[in-house]
Design a protein around this ligand. Sequence first.
Ligand SMILES: Cc1cc2nc3c(=O)[nH]c(=O)nc-3n(C[C@H](O)[C@H](O)[C@H](O)COP(=O)(O)OP(=O)(O)OC[C@H]3O[C@@H](n4cnc5c(N)ncnc54)[C@H](O)[C@@H]3O)c2cc1C
Length: 389
Amino acid sequence: MPSDAKQIIIIGGGIVGISTAYYLLQHPQYDSKKDFVIVIEAGHLGESASGKAGGFLASWATPKCLAPLSFKLHAELAKDLGGDKWGYRRVHAAEIKLKIELEEPDINVSGKAPKNLDWLLPGSIEDYTEVGTPVDSAQAHPKLLLQSMASAVISGGASIILNTSVSRINYDDTGSVVKSVTVTGDAAETIVPATHILVAAGPWTPKLIPSIHLLAPKGHSVVFNPSRDLSSHVLFPVIETEGGGEIEADIYPRPKDSLNGFETAYSSGPDYYDSLLPSSVETVEVESVKCDEVITAISGVSQQLREGGVIARQACYKAQIRKHEEGEEVGPIVGPMEDVKGLWVATGFDEWGIQNAPGAGLVTSQMIIEGKAWSADVDSLHPRHYVAR
Ligand SMILES: Cc1cc2nc3c(=O)[nH]c(=O)nc-3n(C[C@H](O)[C@H](O)[C@H](O)COP(=O)(O)OP(=O)(O)OC[C@H]3O[C@@H](n4cnc5c(N)ncnc54)[C@H](O)[C@@H]3O)c2cc1C
């Protein structure tokens, strides 16, 4: 093997790991004759948050240093790889206040909601504020996006090893240069040599880099089979329930896709912090009562969603640096680990990981191959701002 060959191991086959692999293979200085990229994923593709998210994309997302670049890259990916495969489309997005209505009055109470939002019970709409338009907002089916990018990564010559967990990163005798990873799959432990390692293990990242601390809120989501086609809005409702409480349950109508063969609508409920992160993505438990909360709230505001029924109930954990206000910039963490040669990290993407993954993947590929990111100034995301000392 030539002495300058790059043996790049990416730990984690979520959207961030796969995006980084994609842009590494595209980098002009990546030489497929001597370099290689291996993505090692503990579960199957799409079992983590990267397969269970809503898939809302916006150029106005946080952080400002990454979001516009990443939004632009999503449009390029849709053009280059065929965005129809993952339901890429531009959308209107709105914050909306809804009230569960059991009767169906024939007036639009807020008067502000667009007419094609006729799949919400008109009497349920108390307030409507547009936050995104097709110029700056879009959506993607995260699991199908992940699968399409993974196919491109494999066609580009990289390997994706599934059902295999990295148990340890190994360093040289000084502890300051990466040497290999120890993996556990169906067979016994194996050592895979590496010159460059990216840890993109989402909320599990601290297991491999303990100096990084993360919260891991759990989110539940459901997928409906609407009784008729819905308009292409992404909605962020606060729904007042019958008991006088409130629940936040986002709604994302999705175009017909190859998984189901018909249009669907995704809805996710609030974050819960009282559930410990399981040892692996394979053992994430779906709590039916949390899904039922979402189903009850959504069924109370849309006849089309109530009638169509639920086709999936799911749960996942996301990596969060700390709790924060909406719109406040907190991470993600993207960059080299100081004091260790050959080790990078990309985690803490919180509620914007699908949106920000292509941008993060591109700048990380530049850091790994050229030593510096130049498509965006991401110094504010450097691990030194977040690592516990
Ligand atoms: C309910 C919900 C809705 C969301 N909606 C949106 C949205 O609309 N738009 C948006 O932009 N974002 C959204 N997000 C956020 C988004 O899902 C995440 O930010 C994103 O998926 C993070 O991707 P990731 O690759 O960093 O992590 P993950 O998807 O968690 O992937 C990490 C992977 O690493 C693997 N792994 C972990 N440890 C190891 C190991 N030791 N060895 C090998 N593999 C390992 C895991 O199995 C996992 O597959 C949402 C999140 C939730 C929870």
